[in-house]
Design a protein around this ligand. Structure first.
Ligand SMILES: Nc1ncnc2c1ncn2[C@@H]1O[C@H](COP(=O)(O)OP(=O)(O)OP(=O)(O)O)[C@@H](O)[C@H]1O
Length: 771
C-alpha cells in the first residue's frame, strides 16, 4: 500500500501529518545535538596549546567532536526512512543514525540501522514476522515527507502485501528504477534479507561473497564496512578497514556510499596504491601482468636480490690510511655465506656481511703491523684489534668497497634494474622462456603498473630495513630540526626590540626560556591522521578488517600482499568467478584460500540480480552458459519492458551508426546514463569519433562517470552500471582475450534498463537471442 504527500491516494492524511510531525521532531533533535557538538568544537579550538600531552588530548577531543559534526551533517538527507510497528511493543523508527531524547531513560527516538533492534526492518516477512505487524517506508525530500509505503506483515490482519521474496517491494523497485547518476548510492533503506545476512556476519575469519552481476556485492561490501565499524568501533577505528577495488574510476564511483552512511574511517584503495610512495596506474599487456602475478615470481625476485650480493673475480683493493688492503674473493665468499645463513632480509643481513669482512681485514692489518719479528704470537691485543675494526668501519674507501659488494637496496631499485636489463632477467629467471622474459623486459623509465606492486611488496620483505640505518636517518632528521629551531630562536633573539637593550630589568625572550631541543619537542607534529590515512602511508600496516571487491581478478602474488596486511585473516571477499577477466585472476575460491586458511573460510551466495532486468539477463544467460555451463545466472528482480536489440552495420559506417545510436539512447534515458562498451582496440578511434560528434561524452583512462554519456572498454566498466548500455563489436571483445566470453558477460550485465549491440561481422553465436 502506498501513499504520497499530495493526498491523491488512499492513505489517511492524518497519518502523513503525524509522521511529518515526528520527522520534524527528529530533525529538531539532530539540530540541537549538532549545535552542542559544534559548540564543544569551537571551545576546544579556542583552548591554549599547553604541553605536548595536553595537546594530544586536545587533538583527540577535537577530532571526536569534528567527526560528530561531520556525521550529523552526513545524515541530513534520509535521516529517518522506516518505522516498525509491533503487536506488543512501541513502534520503532529506523534511520541512518541513533538519536535519543535528552532524557535517556526513554526509548530511543531513532534507531541506527545497524543496531540489533533495527534488524526486523530488513528480515521480517509475513511468514516470519518477528512480532512486526507493519513495516513502513518513509519517503522524504530534504526534511519533508513525500510518501509512505506500508507492508502489513500480520497474516491475520488481511494477508501480506506484495511479494514474499523481497522486503519493501515498492521502495526497492523505486530505488532500482531510478536513473543512475554516475555515483553509487547507499541501499540502507532497502537491504534485502540475503544481503543483511552477509552485512551482519561476524567479524572473524574469511567470508567469501559469491554472486552474479548486479546481486549487490559491492553495495553489501560497503554496508558491511559501515556495520563492522559500528559494531566493533573501538578495535576497527584504531586498526582501520581497507576496501580494495579494481581501479580508480571504480573507487570514485563508490566513494560517496560510506560518507552518506556517516562513515569516513575506511581506506579505499586499488592494488596500485598498496605500496606507499608509488601510484601504479600504467597499463601493460595482459600477458605480462599475468606473468607477474604468478607465484613463480617469488624465486625470480629472490634470485634478483641474491644476484646483488656479489664477490670479486679475484680481489678488490682499497687504500686504508695509505696502505693497500686486499679484500680477497675467499673473504667475500665467507662473509656472504655467513650473512646468507643468517636468513635475514638482505639489508639487515648486510650488517653481518660487513662485520665478517671487517674482521678479516683487521686480521690482515694485524698481520702487517703486529707480527712478532721473532715469530711468536701476534703482538696486537684484542683492544687494538677492536680499535682497528672501528677505524676500518669508519674508513670511507672501505665502506664504499663493501657497499659495492653488498649494497643497501630499495625495492624500486631492484625491480627497475631487473625489468630493464635482459642479463639480470636471464640470471634471475632462468626457468622462464625467452619469450616470457621478453614480456617482462621494459624501459628503465617505464611507469609502475598495478602488477608491479605485489612484486615491490615482496621485494620489501626480501630486502628488509636495517634498523641502524633507520635510527641514523631519524637522528639526522632530528638534528636538522634542531638546527632549524636554532635558526628560529636566533631570529627571535635578533628581533628583540632594541629599545629594551638599555633597560635595567631583564626582559625574557623565547631564547632565554627554551633551548632548541625543547623547542623541537614542543613543536613536534602530533599525528592527527586517522588510522586509514596512517595505513595508506605505511607498508607494514596491519588492518583490522580487509574487504576485497572484484576479488576474482587478483593474482596469487596480489593475494600474498593482502594477506600480509591482514594476518588476523578477518576478511570479506566479494566477487564472481564467472566475471574473471584478468589472466592471473581466479576461477575457484578454493585455489585462493587454501594456502592461507585451508578450508577455514565461509561462503555466502547472493542469488538475486537487482541491476539487470529479466529481458537483458535472458541474453546474458546464454553468454554465461558459454563461459561455464555449470554456472547459474542470478534471478532478476524486475523487468524493464525494453527488448534488447542488435543491429548489423557496414564496417565503414560503424562510427556514424554508433553516434546515431548513442544520440537515440541519450534522448531516451534523459534521467540516466548511457554507457558505450567497446573492444580495447577501438577505444581510441571510436572515442575520438564520439567526442567529436557529441561534445561532453566522457572517454579516456579515467572518464568522469557523471557524464551523460561514457565510452570505455569492458575492463574499465567492471563493477559499474548504466541505464542504457551499447556493446560494440562483441566478436572482437570475445577475441581480444582468452577470457573474452567473461568480458562479454560483464559488458551485457552493466545495463539497468536497456541493452543494444552494434556489430559489423556475424553476431557471435552466444548472442543468438538477439538475432
Ligand atoms: N537491496 C538493494 N536495494 C536497492 N538497490 C540495490 C540493492 N541491492 C543492490 N542494489 C543496486 O543494484 C545495483 C547492483 O549492485 P552492485 O553494483 O553492488 O552489484 P554487484 O554484485 O557488485 O555487481 P557486479 O558483480 O556486476 O559488479 C546497484 O545499483 C545497487 O545499488
Amino acid at each position: 500500500m502506498s501513499s504520497s504527500a499530495d493526498g491523491t491516494d488512499t492513505m489517511r492524511n492524518d497519518d502523513i501529518e503525524a509522521e511529518q510531525a515526528y520527522l520534524s521532531g527528529l530533525y529538531g533533535r539532530l539540530d540541537q545535538l549538532r549545535e552542542q557538538a559544534a559548540e564543544r568544537l569551537r571551545a576546544i579550538l579556542l583552548e591554549a596549546a599547553g604541553t605536548p600531552q595536553g595537546r594530544s588530548h586536545r587533538e583527540a577531543t577535537r577530532s571526536h567532536w569534528a567527526e560528530q559534526v561531520a556525521q550529523m551533517n552526513a545524515v541530513e538527507n534520509g535521516l529517518c526512512f522506516g518505522r516498525l510497528d509491533f503487536a506488543a511493543d512501541n513502534p520503532r523508527y529506523i534511520g541512518r543514525l541513533g538519536l535519543f531524547a535528552e532524557n535517556r531513560d526513554r526509548d530511543p527516538l531513532l534507531i541506527d540501522w545497524r543496531a540489533p533492534a533495527a534488524r526486523p526492518f530488513y528480515l521480517a516477512t509475513a511468514v516470519s514476522p518477528e512480532g512486526v505487524t507493519r513495516r513502513r517506508h518513509l519517503r522524504t525530500r530534504g526534511r519533508e515527507l513525500t510518501g509512505i509505503d506500508d507492508e502489513v506483515l500480520d497474516l491475520n490482519a488481511g494477508g501480506p502485501d506484495g511479494r514474499e521474496d523481497v522486503t519493501g517491494e515498492a521502495a526497492l523497485l523505486s530505488a532500482l528504477n531510478a536513473g543512475r547518476t554516475g555515483r553509487m548510492r547507499d541501499i540502507v533503506e532497502t537491504i534485502q534479507a540475503e544481503q543483511d545476512e552477509v552485512i551482519r556476519s561476524g567479524l572473524a575469519g574469511v567470508m567469501v561473497v559469491q554472486g552474479g552481476p548486479g546481486t549487490g556485492k559491492t553495495a553489501v561490501a560497503l554496508h558491511r564496512a559501515a556495520y563492522l565499524l559500528y559494531t566493533h568501533r573501538a578495535q576497527l577505528t584504531k586498526q582501520g578497514v581497507l576496501i580494495l577495488g579494481p581501479n580508480a574510476t571504480f573507487l570514485r564511483y563508490i566513494s560517496q556510499v560510506l560518507p552518506s552512511l556517516a562513515e569516513t574511517g575506511v581506506l579505499l584503495a586499488t592494488l596500485g596504491d598498496m605500496f606507499p610512495g608509488v601510484t601504479a596506474r600504467a597499463s601493460e599487456s595482459p600477458a605480462a601482468a599475468a606473468l607477474k602475478g604468478r607465484l613463480a615470481m617469488l624465486d625470480v625476485l629472490a634470485r634478483a636480490v641474491a644476484d646483488r650480493q656479489t664477490v670479486p673475480d679475484d680481489h678488490v683493493e682499497v687504500d686504508h690510511e695509505g696502505y693497500p688492503l686486499r679484500i680477497e674473493r675467499s673473504v667475500c665468499e665467507d662473509a656472504r655465506a655467513a650473512a646468507r645463513r643468517s636468513g635475514r632480509p638482505h639489508n639487515v643481513a648486510r650488517q653481518m656481511f660487513v662485520t665478517e669482512a671487517i674482521h678479516a681485514l683487521s686480521l690482515q692489518i694485524a698481520e702487517r703491523i703486529g707480527a712478532d719479528p721473532l715469530g711468536g704470537d701476534n703482538l696486537l691485543e684484542e683492544a687494538d684489534l677492536a680499535e682497528t675494526r672501528r677505524e676500518l668501519r669508519e674508513d670511507e674507501d672501505v665502506q664504499r668497497a663493501l657497499f659495492e659488494l653488498w649494497p643497501v637496496l630499495t625495492p624500486r631499485q631492484v625491480l627497475r634494474d631487473l625489468l630493464s636489463d635482459a642479463d639480470r632477467l636471464e640470471s634471475a629467471a632462468p626457468e622462464l622462456s625467452a619469450d616470457e622474459r621478453g614480456l617482462l623486459l621494459r624501459d628503465r623509465s617505464a611507469r609502475w603498473t598495478p602488477a608491479d606492486v605485489p612484486l615491490l611488496d615482496e621485494l620489501a620483505e626480501l630486502l628488509g630495513v636495517d634498523d641502524t640505518l633507520k635510527a641514523r636517518a631519524a637522528a639526522l632528521e632530528r638534528r636538522q630540526a634542531i638546527e632549524y629551531a636554532e635558526g628560529v630562536l636566533e631570529i627571535v633573539e635578533g628581533s628583540r626590540s632594541l629599545d629594551f637593550e638599555d633597560q635595567e630589568e631583564e626582559i625574557l625572550s623565547a631564547i632565554d626560556v627554551v633551548d632548541a631541543s625543547a623547542f623541537v619537542e614542543r613543536h613536534e607534529v602530533i599525528d592527527t591522521r586517522t588510522a586509514a590515512e596512517r595505513a595508506a602511508a605505511d607498508r607494514t600496516w596491519v588492518f583490522g578488517h580487509v574487504i576485497v571487491d572484484e576479488a576474482q581478478e587478483l593474482s596469487p602474488m596480489a593475494w600474498r600482499l593482502l594477506m600480509r596486511r591482514c594476518p588476523s585473516r578477518s576478511m570479506t571477499v566479494v566477487g564472481d568467478v564467472a566475471q574473471t577477466g584478468e589472466l592471473a585472476g581466479t576461477t575457484t575460491w578454493d585455489q585462493v584460500f587454501e594456502p592461507y586458511v585451508g578450508q577455514r573460510w565461509r561462503i555466502a551466495e547472493l542469488t538475486v540480480n537487482y541491476r539487470t532486468p529479466a529481458e537483458v539477463m535472458a541474453v546474458a544467460a546464454d553468454v554465461l552458459a558459454a563461459v561455464d555451463p555449470s554456472l547459474q545466472p542470478p534471478r532478476s528482480v524486475r523487468e524493464s519492458g525494453c527488448v534488447p536489440w542488435a543491429t548489423r552495420v557496414p564496417a565503414d559506417r560503424l562510427a556514424e551508426e554508433l553516434i546515431a545510436a548513442v544520440r537515440r539512447e541519450a534522448a531516451t534515458v534523459t534521467d540516466g546514463r548511457v554507457g558505450v562498451l567497446v573492444p580495447s582496440a577501438l577505444e581510441e578511434s571510436l572515442g575520438g569519433a564520439l567526442t567529436g560528434a557529441v561534445p561532453g561524452a566522457a572517454v579516456g583512462e579515467q572518464p568522469d562517470l557523471r557524464n551523460h554519456i561514457v565510452l570505455m572498454t569492458v575492463r574499465q566498466a567492471k563493477g559499474l552500471e548504466f541505464d542504457s548500455v551499447l556493446v560494440v563489436q562483441p566478436d572482437e571483445i570475445i577475441a581480444e582475450s582468452p577470457r573474452g566470453l567473461s568480458d562479454l558477460y560483464v559488458a551485457v550485465t552493466r545495463a539497468t534498463r536497456r541493452l543494444g549491440v552494434l556489430h559489423t561481422a556475424e553476431l557471435p553465436k552466444v548472442l543468438d537471442a538477439l538475432a
